[in-house]
Design a binder for this molecule. Structure first.
Ligand SMILES: [Zn+2]
Length: 298
């Protein structure tokens, strides 16, 4: 009883110090950015106390999602969370008129998360690319058909997803991809030439392997942003993607994001889609006409 009381007292004391410090820093940033919120349909500044509570909630949420403190302060949080009704006009003005394109790609499906992922993409008018495993296509044929019907790109990711098996030779790579190609055609009636090799092309895809897939008109695609969504199931990958996208935006590299068809990715997908929508990006599928991006082109 005595110990519990002491601990509680310390906790309270830390709050007394931390909360005003964090809120005053945030308030300075928020006010200098002219942050206002909608209330009763009118744009009006928040009172200091509302702003205070609001900011602290948002900061803790953003840390949970893996945003860096730099990103949080730079953007003032307002264009990360549309549901807060914060006016992001000022931030939108800074975006240029040149077309911003992002290619969202999902690997390892389809599975039971596929249709909900498709529904989520529809909400944001986003198109994506799905690199699928052949046995999963057989197991979830309806999801494959839906992807095609809703205008997404579909491609092959092999059969085994086992590095020791698929990368035995150029021929084993080719066989796995062509097996997937055939199944995809049987299910959805489309022939795709887009492939992504499991774990990426480097170091597995030797020059000979690449030459063989190229000869067989298969286009090998890697990515420029690895979300590592499989590693961060609680959502920290969101911050990683957004931080990487902001860094990549100033380069000439294409923005190709690697994600996976996972329920945990679906759970936080709104944040990713909202970020790109609010920042003026078009979310497009990869096409057969595009020059594929692979790691060796870097
Ligand atoms: Zn994979």
């Amino acid at each position: 009883m005595e110990r519990k009381k002491t601990r509680k007292w310390w906790k309270m004391d830390m709050k007394k110090i931390l909360i005003p410090t964090i809120s005053s820093v945030f308030l300075t940033v928020a006010y200098s950015n002219g942050v206002v919120v909608k209330a009763n349909g009118k744009q009006q500044p928040l009172t200091a106390s509302d702003q205070d509570v609001h900011s602290i909630r948002q900061i803790s949420k953003s840390i949970e999602l893996g945003f860096s403190p730099f990103t949080v302060l730079k953007t003032g949080l307002n264009h990360m969370y549309a549901d807060t009704n914060v006016n992001s006009e000022k931030l939108q003005q800074t975006s240029t008129n040149t077309k911003k394109i992002v290619y969202l790609t999902f690997d390892d499906g389809p599975n039971h998360a596929s249709i909900p992922i498709l529904n989520k993409l529809d909400q944001y008018n986003a198109k994506a690319t799905f690199f699928m495993l052949e046995p999963n296509m057989k197991q979830y044929p309806q999801a494959v058909k839906e992807m095609v019907n809703r205008g997404h790109a579909v491609g092959m990711h092999g059969v085994t997803h086992n590095a020791k098996m698929i990368y035995q030779s150029a021929l084993t790579v080719l066989n796995e991809m062509q097996t997937g190609q055939k199944t995809l055609e049987e299910i959805a009636g489309v022939q795709s030439h887009l492939i992504r090799s499991p774990y990426g092309s480097f170091p597995h895809m030797k020059p000979l392997y690449k030459a063989v897939v190229e000869e067989n008109e298969l286009h090998l695609w890697d990515w420029t942003i690895d979300s590592e969504d499989w590693k961060y199931p609680r959502g920290q990958f969101v911050g990683k993607v957004i931080n990487s996208a902001e860094a990549l935006a100033s380069t000439s590299k294409p923005m190709i994001i690697l994600m996976h068809e996972k329920p945990t990715t679906l759970a936080k997908l709104d944040y990713i889609l909202r970020y790109f929508q609010e920042n003026g990006y078009e979310m497009r599928p990869l096409t057969e006409q595009m020059e594929p991006f692979t790691f060796h082109h870097e």
